[in-house]
Ligand binder design. Structure first.
Ligand code: CTP
Ligand code: CA
Length: 222
């Protein structure tokens, strides 16, 4: 059993992980989403659970099976995720927001299938609430808040700005255009950004990245 190989160094820690995309309905047939498969967040949840943490995984419709030994909370929309996360965050030692949350949702959801007409169409969108920003505004000093940031340009600058704006302890940045990083891959290439320290990791499996993120959050030296 692979499980016995893990040192239970996160025993007693309560960790909330979010993962996957969210899905915002346009009508009963169609929705808006993104390319997130949930792999990175699920790897964090699994690794933390194997290391003895009490893990809650709040996940949008992901493409991977939920890991064992986690409290699995499936959600669909950004609003569902907001409610699931903010209702559980208070007692958590760490919140790790790996989910790719929709920034916009259709302002009006048709109850019937939208029929095509001649010519173009437009869908009016409204902003969703920023879950991570809310967590940063309501954070206790004892809680570690870790965001993720996916960028296609100006990765470090944009990610540093998100760290500040959302009052995070750390943001894990990855560049979609780097080989071996991003959506659907089994590997990732990330930089862990904190206020006084930045750590650029080489290409690693998502499980190894998960381990490195947990070590950084809980200050575990190897
Ligand atoms: N996030 C969130 N709620 C949202 C949008 C994003 O909690 N409504 C979180 C994500 O889970 C991630 C972090 O914020 O941990 C950064 O997400 P990202 O999309 O990279 O940044 P945004 O702040 O949404 O800015 P933009 O998409 O414009 O780059
Ligand atoms: Ca976004």
């Amino acid at each position: 059993l692979k499980e016995v190989q893990y040192e239970k160094d996160l025993k007693g820690k309560k960790i909330l992980v979010t993962a996957g995309p969210t899905r915002e309905a346009i009508d009963p047939v169609r929705y808006i989403t993104n390319h997130s498969t949930g792999k990175m967040g699920y790897a964090i949840a699994k690794t933390a659970a194997l290391r003895g943490a009490e893990v809650t995984l709040v996940s949008g419709p992901a493409e991977v099976e939920p890991p064992m030994f986690v409290n699995f909370v499936p959600v669909v929309t950004a609003k569902d995720m907001f409610e699931a996360v903010t209702g559980r965050s208070d007692e958590m030692d760490a919140v790790i927001k790996a989910a790719a949350v929709a920034d916009y949702r259709p302002k009006f959801v048709n109850t019937e299938k939208t029929k095509k007409k001649d010519g173009d169409m437009a869908i009016e969108l409204e902003r969703t609430d920023d879950i991570l920003k809310w967590l940063g505004e309501h954070k206790k000093d004892s809680q570690f808040l870790c965001g993720f940031s996916m960028e296609t340009e100006h990765m470090l600058e944009n990610s540093r700005a998100k760290l500040k704006k959302k009052n995070l302890d750390m943001i894990v940045a990855n560049n979609l255009k780097v080989a071996g990083a991003g959506f659907g891959t089994d590997t990732n290439v990330v930089t862990m950004i904190r206020e006084n320290r930045e750590t650029e990791l080489p290409i690693m499996s998502k499980e190894e990245v998960a381990g490195a993120i947990l070590d950084e959050i809980f200050e575990i030296k190897r």
